[in-house]
Each structure stands twice: as C-alpha cells, then as structure tokens.
Design a protein around this ligand. Structure first.
Ligand SMILES: NC(=O)c1ccc[n+]([C@@H]2O[C@H](COP(=O)([O-])OP(=O)(O)OC[C@H]3O[C@@H](n4cnc5c(N)ncnc54)[C@H](OP(=O)(O)O)[C@@H]3O)[C@@H](O)[C@H]2O)c1
Length: 290
C-alpha cells in the first residue's frame, strides 16, 4: 500500500484534463510536480494550486508516479522519446501511467521502448470530462503486465471506478471503442437539424417529439450544449477530430475497413479547421446554414 499523504505525483500535460486532475489532487494534499510543453500554462496552474514546475519530462525524477495527459500519439511519443523525454529517467521505480487517448499500436510501441529501458508503463485512459477529473469521478481503464496494484491505488484516488482489463493495448482499444460511440451524437444531431432547416421545421417540434423517445435526453443534452453561447470547452473539436482519426487508424492498422469512422473523422476534421478549441458539440452548428 502506498501512503497517500507521502505520495508525490507528476502530471505531464496541463491542458483541460491534466490541470483539472492536478487541482483535485492538490486539494487532497498530494505533492505535485507538473510539466507542460508551454511552460506558462504550468506556471499559471502552480500560481493557483500547490505544485512545482519542471522543464522536461525527464526532470520528474523524484515522484512515485507520472500521469500523462497530452494530446495524441505524436505528443505521447514526444514526451517519451523526444529530447529529455521519459526514456531518460534514471529512477526506474517510477510508475508511468498513460491517460492520453492514443492508438493501440502507439501504446504498445511506447510500452516496449519503456520496458526495454527498465521502466514501468501502464495504460490508464479515462472516460469522463474535466469536471469529472476536477471532482475525482473519472472512470479509469487499466491495462498492463506489471505494478497494476499500485496503478489501481493511484487511479482510485481520482476515479469513481477503475476497471482492470488485461494486457496492453487492451485499455486503449476499449477507450477508442467507447469514444467511437460517445462522440457520434453531435454529428448525427447536426444532420438532423439540417433536415429540419431544409424543410422549414422549427427545432422545438423535433425536440418535443424526441423527448418521448429513448434517445430524447441525449439529443436534448447535446443540443443545449451546442447552442449555449457561454458553454465552456470541455473537450475540443480538435480532440474529437483526433479521436476519430485514431479510430480509423486503429482499424486500418489491424486490416479492417473504417467506413463509418472515416466519415466522422472527415466531419470533425473540417470542423476543427473552423473552430479547433470550441466545445466539440458546437461542431453540429457548421452543418446548418442559419
Ligand atoms: N477533455 C476531455 O473531456 C477528455 C476526456 C477523456 C480523455 N481525454 C484525453 O485526454 C488527453 C488530454 O485531453 P485535454 O482535453 O486535456 O487536451 P488539451 O486541453 O488540448 O491539452 C493537450 C495537452 O497536450 C499537450 N501537447 C500537445 N501536443 C504536444 C506535444 N507535441 N508535446 C508535448 N505536449 C503536447 C498540450 O501542451 P500545450 O499546452 O503546450 O499545447 C496540453 O498540455 C487527450 O488524449 C484526450 O483525448 C480528454
């Protein structure tokens, strides 16, 4: 058992998720070290909460675990094998937990190179938004062949539930399979709104009838989130575009077609060119003219 009060955690990537998690862990009096490519963002975080900033991933030498929340496959490779990346760590006891959503192929590659360097790597992708990270209510999916008890203890600090699913890259595969469903709704609602617009039907009529159907609550939730001008960006349009491109790649890597996710990847990619940092349901507004 790890003593939580004596625990020191590194957070690598202080974007939406990394900074929300840091805020939550700081409230639990866990000692934090953070790294972010754009150092100013990490410094801003540590001006608000108790944490210290390091200049490079490899400078997180004296922590028990490092939780990685960077953007995609390339950014994971950058913080692992780039200059002063995690591969340079001398302390081989550190547990590296990757919570970045990446392809199974890249996760497996990162696992192999870290293992060859004598380091411990587990997959720990999460389901839930920055609000769930901020309140310790994430759902964490763990995979690995080593130190899983420790990983589970750490993930339990900020998760409502932790699932152990097997060897790497099982957790990455499950995370992409979940996101494939979880991110689709705004795209479908956007096309439904286009049908309504094309035939002069008010949204209200559509919402009233859909509220009686099994998907009514979901439609209402995303519709309101997309139409709210003051909605904060919980997960970016660029992030949704990235996830669908990972889903397509994950299927192609394994010799499968990706008919549905290819369409969704194109849709979110075009939206990301217009509004990369907006909350991703807002992308539905690009499908209508008014
Ligand atoms: N937001 C959600 O609801 C949510 C939920 C579950 C999982 N996730 C996953 O969690 C991860 C983080 O998501 P987020 O919403 O926090 O993203 P975000 O706000 O866009 O933050 C991305 C982070 O990645 C860093 N980064 C980007 N490219 C990099 C590179 N080449 N090298 C090093 N660092 C790089 C950014 O650094 P800079 O500040 O320098 O740009 C930033 O710290 C993603 O994989 C996402 O799919 C997100």
């Amino acid at each position: 058992m790890l003593g939580v009060s004596a625990l020191k955690i590194g957070i690598l990537g202080t974007g939406r998720m990394g900074s929300a998690l840091a805020e939550y862990l700081a409230e639990k009096n866990i000692e934090l070290v953070v790294y972010n490519r754009t150092r100013a963002k990490a410094e801003e975080l540590c001006s608000r909460i108790e944490c210290s900033v390091v200049d490079a991933p490899a400078n997180m030498e004296d922590v028990d675990a490092i939780i990685i929340f960077v953007f995609d496959d390339n950014s994971l490779l950058e913080v692992v094998s780039g200059e002063h990346g995690l591969l340079q760590l001398k302390n081989k006891d550190i547990l590296i937990m990757n919570s970045t959503t990446v392809t199974p192929t890249t996760s497996l590659h990162v696992y192999n190179i870290l293992k060859n360097a004598g380091l411990h790597y587990v997959e720990s992708p999460v389901y839930g938004s920055k609000d769930h990270a901020r309140t310790g209510k994430l759902i964490t999916i763990l995979a690995g062949d080593d130190v899983l008890d420790t990983a589970e203890e750490i993930a339990s600090l900020y998760s409502q539930e932790v699932f152990r699913v097997g060897l790497i890259p099982t957790a990455s595969a499950i995370k992409l399979a979940l996101n494939n469903i979880g991110l689709v709704m705004p795209a479908l609602i956007g096309e439904s709104l286009a049908i309504l617009e094309a035939y002069g039907v008010k949204h209200e009529k559509f919402l009233r009838i859909s509220s009686k159907l099994w998907f009514g609550e979901v439609v209402k939730k995303y519709y309101l989130r997309a139409m709210n001008e003051r909605q904060e960006s919980k997960f970016s349009v660029a992030g949704a575009a990235k996830d669908y491109s990972l889903i397509v790649r994950a299927l192609h890597d394994a010799g499968y077609t990706a008919e549905v996710s290819s369409g969704l990847a194109n849709y979110y990619k075009a939206a990301a060119e217009e509004m990369p940092e907006e909350d991703y349901p807002k992308a539905m507004r690009l499908l209508i003219k008014e």
